[in-house]
Design a protein around this ligand. Structure first.
Ligand SMILES: [Zn+2]
Length: 126
């Protein structure tokens, strides 16, 4: 049976974030990059998170301990971020759960397209 993607798109991993995380292809849209970065959080792939972070805002390193155990993602809206655009914005709501503790991240993430790739620039907490 095919594994469903970590980003909860409902698609098989191989047709969604899988090839992006494996470095086989680049995200075609800002939303696809956002979804793949959520998936990278789930599988705790710091290398992918850093690689897809814009050099202007990218941290020097990431601490795995600071990544919460995400359990759900809902993409609320998306503005631009399509092939041919130079920037884009994706608003999402992500939930993590650890024992009885639950946290919600509601963010508008900004993305920029440079050198043929989408990059995460920064996020505005909602
Ligand atoms: Zn996915």
């Amino acid at each position: 049976m095919e594994k469903n993607c970590y980003c909860q798109s409902g698609l098989p991993l191989a047709d969604c974030c899988g090839p992006l995380l494996a470095g086989e292809t680049h995200a075609a849209t800002a939303e696809a990059l956002m979804r793949s970065r959520f998936s990278a959080n789930v599988v705790r792939d710091c290398e992918y998170l850093l690689k897809t972070w814009h050099p202007d805002t990218r941290p020097k390193s990431m601490n795995l301990q600071t990544i919460p155990p995400w359990c759900s993602l809902t993409v609320l809206s998306s503005r631009e971020g399509q092939p041919g655009d130079s920037s884009g914005m994706v608003e999402f709501r992500a939930v993590w759960r650890q024992g009885v503790e639950i946290g919600v991240l509601h963010e508008k993430s900004r993305f920029v397209h440079a050198d043929g790739c989408w990059y995460y620039l920064d996020g505005i907490l909602m």
